[in-house]
Design a protein around this ligand. Structure first.
Ligand SMILES: [Zn+2]
Length: 327
């Protein structure tokens, strides 16, 4: 019998190629840092729930996991479709954009909800959903965004391998089962995470030669961060040992300067649509008091959502202050 390959393997080669392409475009110093460490990629396949990529400081491997990649792909697919439908609806100048339940929308939802379920338990890719190899609307766009999003996540891990080699002992200590982290430990880990985020953006942006490429990197990073938002079951976006998710998103929005207005509007729209989707998934009402729901642009809308998320964080901190504010 022929071996059954999981649908996400369709893109294995492209992921490797895209990562190597970015790596080969880096400055000499950065390339030297990578080649000195002989960094490799390991793709694991098992029947465990999706695990986010990790950097193994002992083996120098960036470990990816098939269920997680499948989940990321369903996010990319959903995003591509959402964006298109959103623009089409916005063109009709409706005050509130509601996506009609069409066969395409149903398929998008079905595929995305299955992808999300991989964060809780493993199941095979259902035959009635859309695949990376499907000949369907939005798949080609999804496959492209997927490569950028996965590269962003991989470059974050690469950042740990390149920047945090000297901290192996510290990391092992704080990861110990019976070790209780101090406030300083948490601050230190958060800083490392922020450094890895910046490293990923800096590296990828340094390879871009025009606005279009910077824009694609932005979309990949934004969608990469939204994969973290969408794996949550509630609005607690505080990162614990990681920076809070809204702060990670803000870092991307702030770091990437696009010159073409067309691109910057699309970047803003992607962030705003992504945030609205998160509110919808967590059943959070979004009706800022005393405000009408018409916004001049995506930026204004996004600001309101960020404010809402900050308020939510403050409430979580009051009720459940396990978290530490960044310095
Ligand atoms: Zn990290």
């Amino acid at each position: 019998m022929e071996e059954q390959l999981r649908p996400i393997h369709y893109l294995d080669h492209n992921v490797k190629e895209a990562f190597e392409h970015f790596a080969s475009q880096l400055s000499q110093v950065r390339r030297a840092g990578i080649s000195k460490a002989t960094i490799g990629i390991e793709l694991t396949e098992d029947e465990e729930p999706a695990r986010t990529p990790v950097a193994d400081l002992n083996s120098n491997l960036i470990k990816l996991n098939v269920n997680h990649l499948s989940y990321v792909w369903t996010c990319c697919y959903f995003f591509t479709g959402m964006q298109d439908l959103y623009y089409k609806a916005a063109m009709q100048d409706k005050p509130v954009v509601i996506l009609e339940q069409t066969p395409v929308v149903n398929k998008m939802n079905h595929t995305f909800y299955w992808g999300r379920s991989l964060n809780s338990f493993h199941s095979e890719w259902p035959s009635n959903t859309v695949y990376p190899s499907s000949n369907e609307p939005y798949v080609e766009g999804a496959n492209t965004i997927f490569l950028y999003a996965v590269c962003y996540l991989m470059f974050h891990e690469l950042g740990h391998l390149v920047l945090h080699r000297d901290l192996t002992q510290f990391i092992q200590r704080v990861k110990g089962r019976y070790y209780e982290k101090t406030i300083d430990d948490v601050r230190r880990i958060r800083n490392m995470e922020r450094q890895a985020d910046s490293y990923a953006l800096d590296c990828m942006l340094s390879t871009a030669s025009d606005d279009r490429q910077r824009y694609m990197i932005a979309i990949g990073a934004i969608v990469g961060i939204f994969t973290m938002f969408y794996s949550l079951q509630n609005t607690d976006i505080r990162g614990g040992t990681h920076p809070d998710l809204d702060d990670r998103l803000k870092l991307v929005m702030k770091s990437i300067k696009l010159t073409e207005e067309y691109h910057s509007i699309h970047m803003q729209a992607t962030s705003s649509i992504g945030l609205q989707t998160f509110l919808k998934l967590t059943e959070t009402e979004f009706r800022p008091e005393g405000k009408n729901l018409s916004y001049a642009d995506f930026k204004e809308l996004e600001k309101d959502i960020f404010d809402l998320l900050s308020d939510t964080k403050a409430k979580y901190n009051q009720r459940w202050p396990f978290n530490f504010k960044p310095e």
